[in-house]
Design a protein around this ligand. Sequence first.
Ligand code: FMN
Length: 322
Amino acid sequence: MSNRLNISFLGKKLNNPIMTASGCFGYGLEYKDYFNPNELGAAVLKGITMEPRNGNPGTRIAETPSGMLNSVGLENPGIEEFKKIIPSIKKELNIPLVANINGKILEEYIAIAKEVEQIEEIEMVELNISCPNVKDGGMAFGANPEMARLVTREVRKVLSKPMIVKLSPNVTNIVEIAKIVEEEGANGVALINTLLGMAVDIRKRKPILGNIMGGLSGPAVKPVALRMIYQVSQAVSIPVLGMGGISSTEDAIEFIMVGASAISLGTGMFANPTLPIEIKKGLEKYCIENNIDNISEIVGAAHPDGGAAYRSRLGGNNEIKG
Ligand SMILES: Cc1cc2nc3c(=O)[nH]c(=O)nc-3n(C[C@H](O)[C@H](O)[C@H](O)COP(=O)(O)O)c2cc1C
């Protein structure tokens, strides 16, 4: 492979812009029977919290037209267990590992950020302020501009690693929140997380999910993701990690053209576990066929000015800011 897909993302050199979406790739090795995870640009791991969590009770997944609803509720083994397993994961993965961190209250976000700051195998952090499946915390931070400001500011104080803030799409003004987290020191933004939805079992006359509502993901959310990335990337000067329904090379190119510097694959990998490899080959082929020396040249290509202003704000090659 040529270096057409090599990018610099938040100051890290990545072999390609393809990452996994948190919660859809376990802790990095679950897909290794399907493909070599070292072929990814970086791996975003399942969300972690301070204490172990059992997640939500009852049915947690429901199929919907062109997508799925989940209410996993951040089930995870907690930070102490995470610290124990990370060295063995790093032995097999020589790509950057991104920790996805979560809290119910501000103090938990700060405490977990202090912990991941100390884990040398973790190179970047995705601060999830957008989980729709946990009471308190989670989306409450991402849906309220002043809460988003507070949590980003306080986490930034204790975290020196590159930080991507994962925004909630369940808001009326995504641009306002993106600008706030940029002001407070985010090095990048990730969007979108899942959209709040529900499904009903008509025989039981009850909601299907035990938690009643859940997060909608998959192809159904793609147009919303594209719209939000398009809006946000024209308003900020930090890279966007784009996700939400990517299931083909063409989808990935659309995300890059609306302004994503890198992409994460989630629900699409459940149906097609080798999707990252297909997209990697597809992007390389697209670059060759279209005389593109480096994929970062088309970041924002669908903006009214062809993305020139955004790419120049990002700096030569999506370099880390600040
Ligand atoms: C089963 C499942 C679990 C998820 N867990 C997390 C999580 O722990 N942290 C997080 O930030 N996002 C989580 N997400 C959201 C995804 O990372 C992603 O933002 C979303 O699913 C949209 O992308 P997709 O349509 O490609 O799946 C989860 C999504 C699914 C489907």
